[in-house]
Write a protein of this length. Structure first.
Lengths: 176, 378
């Protein structure tokens, strides 16, 4: 069966095409003049102006380790994050907490905790898998370095980004 | 006997116009292109590269609206690796960029870019075949593009080259025919004479602005306006600008004819394209917009400048400034059109060239001749 295609009826102005061209040029001229004199540009000058205050709550930035309110590192070096990490960005060297220590009950702590930020894909699986709520994705996004070594966040750097997080699980508290 | 003065002034004019005016103008047309494009699209455009004061020990660079961007671009293009792919036809691959740039600079030779300076006419070659020279040389530019497309031995450049050559045959006729009314009205082919005619009789597009109003001039300006519009559209096609940028068509053909080129060879194509724009605008200004003439400004042979005796040559410089100001306005129109219109489809281009522009230009010749005959009789 033949389908007749209904062609739009063009007026003379449509056919000679020039009025449409001038119409379009007036639109661009309007934008040009507005951007030239009255701003109108929505561009943000990045390093000077940032969007940090408007980042959404669910924004996934650089992963970081946190301490609890007693200043104890939450990480117990269970290495679940190391195993779940899809790009294998995390490398943990566990260590043992000596018997006389206040938190000897915890048994393990990360002697070294490295996250290779070149590899990290900001998926948040480490945060999701962590049974101790010790690793979180913060809102830091501008992770830069001049060489590969600088792009590896070590333990000190991770705690610097992470800081202290209070009011979560406290099962290693002696009072419980 | 060699006329040394003639030789030296010609050399000075050539070097002055090519290296001191056209080349910087090309660089800053690219800047203008990026800036105007950005403003039209509600963006900011290049605004960072200015005076690099930090290189000299100061603690802050001066952005200067990004006016240093063309310099940075040029340095980048010079320092880039000039890569020649193994599969190209080396000889034509090397020849093509030069062929693309040289014609557009050669066109500048016959353009009267000023009146006179110390009695020397401000045109490099004051030849009587003026416009014919422009057409003969400007259409050679297509060889560079076609050869680039062909010698690259790769499908996208090849399509670009083919498109370029077949595009040329569809607009070149309209381009040539559309200026004949100008010659009918002026009676001369020499570009300098055409400008001088306009300086005395009023610009071809605005004959009633000065030198008195007459119905005859108004009647004659109708076909000249038609001829201006056809010529300008054809000039857009000649310089491969949007909406006729089918050979380049970066959305369809990667980079078009210059896909396989890098570094300075690519820069030569780029330079050629913008130099062609400047040359094309210069031709339009010379033919229709009065060249270096502006109402109320005397030419370079004036005796005094604002009361200072013997400083009339300053008017000569002002004339040159007026000419390039007009060219700059036309370049803005080029850029403005580029960021407004979408590209023509292939068959639309052919139809426009063969069915519309060619016929309009042809009929326009008879119209002009008829009006001139009518005016001569009455």
């Amino acid at each position: 069966m033949a389908y007749p295609i209904r062609r739009p009826k063009l007026s003379l102005g449509d056919k000679i095409y020039l009025p449409a061209i001038f119409g379009g040029m007036m639109v661009t001229l309007k934008h040009f003049l507005r951007a030239l004199f009255g701003g109108g540009s929505v561009t943000m000058q990045y390093p000077e102006q940032r969007w940090d205050s408007q980042l959404p709550d669910h924004y996934r930035g650089a992963p970081a380790l946190v301490k609890d309110e007693q200043g104890r590192e939450r990480c117990v070096a269970c290495q679940l994050c190391e195993f779940i990490c899809p790009p294998r960005a995390i490398r943990i060297t566990p260590g043992e907490i000596p018997a006389g220590d206040r938190f000897a009950k915890v048994e393990k702590f990360p002697r070294e905790f490295d996250i290779d930020m070149i590899r990290c894909i900001y998926c948040g699986m480490c945060e999701e898998v962590c049974p101790e709520q010790a690793i979180f994705l913060r809102k830091d996004y501008s992770i830069t370095g001049l060489n590969r070594a600088e792009m590896v966040h070590n333990k000190a750097k991770l705690y610097e980004i992470g800081g202290v997080k209070e009011g979560l699980v406290i099962k290693w508290n002696e009072r419980k | 006997m060699i006329d040394w003065i003639y030789l030296l002034t010609s050399l000075a004019k050539t070097i002055g116009i090519i290296f001191l005016v056209v080349m910087p103008m090309v660089a800053y047309t690219v800047y203008a292109e990026r800036k105007v494009c950005a403003l039209i699209q509600d963006r900011v455009g290049p605004n960072r590269v200015g005076a690099p004061l930090t290189l000299f020990g100061l603690n802050k660079d001066l952005p200067l609206l990004g006016l240093g961007q063309p310099v940075a671009d040029a340095v980048k293009l010079f320092l880039k690796e000039d890569f020649t792919p193994a599969h190209v036809n080396k000889f034509y691959y090397w020849l093509a960029p030069a062929l693309a740039m040289v014609p557009s600079l050669m066109v500048m030779a016959v353009i009267p870019f000023g009146s006179t300076l110390f009695g020397v006419p401000m045109v490099i070659a004051d030849v009587n075949v003026g416009v014919l020279f422009v057409f003969a040389i400007a259409s050679l530019g297509v060889y560079g593009i076609t050869l680039a497309g062909w010698s690259s031995n790769s499908k996208y450049p090849f399509l670009g080259g083919i498109r370029s050559s077949s595009q040329m045959i569809s607009y070149e006729l309209a381009l040539g025919l559309s200026v004949i009314p100008v010659f009918l009205a002026v009676g001369k082919l020499n570009l300098g004479e055409i400008v001088r005619f306009q300086a005395e009789q009023g610009w071809l597009l605005a004959p009633i602005w000065f030198n008195g109003f007459s119905l005859e001039k108004l009647l004659l300006s109708i076909p000249l306006w038609i001829s201006f519009i056809v010529f300008t559209i054809s000039m857009f096609a000649e310089t491969n600008r949007t909406p006729f940028d089918l050979p380049e068509a970066e959305h369809e053909l990667v980079g078009g004819y210059h896909t396989e080129y890098s570094s300075m060879k690519f820069a030569l194509f780029f330079l050629g394209e913008y130099a062609a724009m400047i040359a094309g605008s210069s031709v339009i200004v010379t033919l229709f917009l009065g060249g270096w003439h502006f109402p109320g400004i005397p030419d370079g042979s004036a005796a005094s400048f604002l009361g200072i005796q013997g400083a009339g040559w300053i008017w000569g410089l002002v004339n040159i400034g007026v000419f390039f100001a007009k060219v700059a306005c036309l370049l803005f129109v080029y850029i403005w059109v580029r960021w407004t219109l979408p590209r023509f489809r292939y068959d639309q281009l052919m139809k426009l060239g063969w069915v519309w522009l060619f016929e309009i230009a042809l009929v326009n010749i008879f119209l002009t001749a008829g009006i001139l005959a009518f005016l001569a009789r009455s």
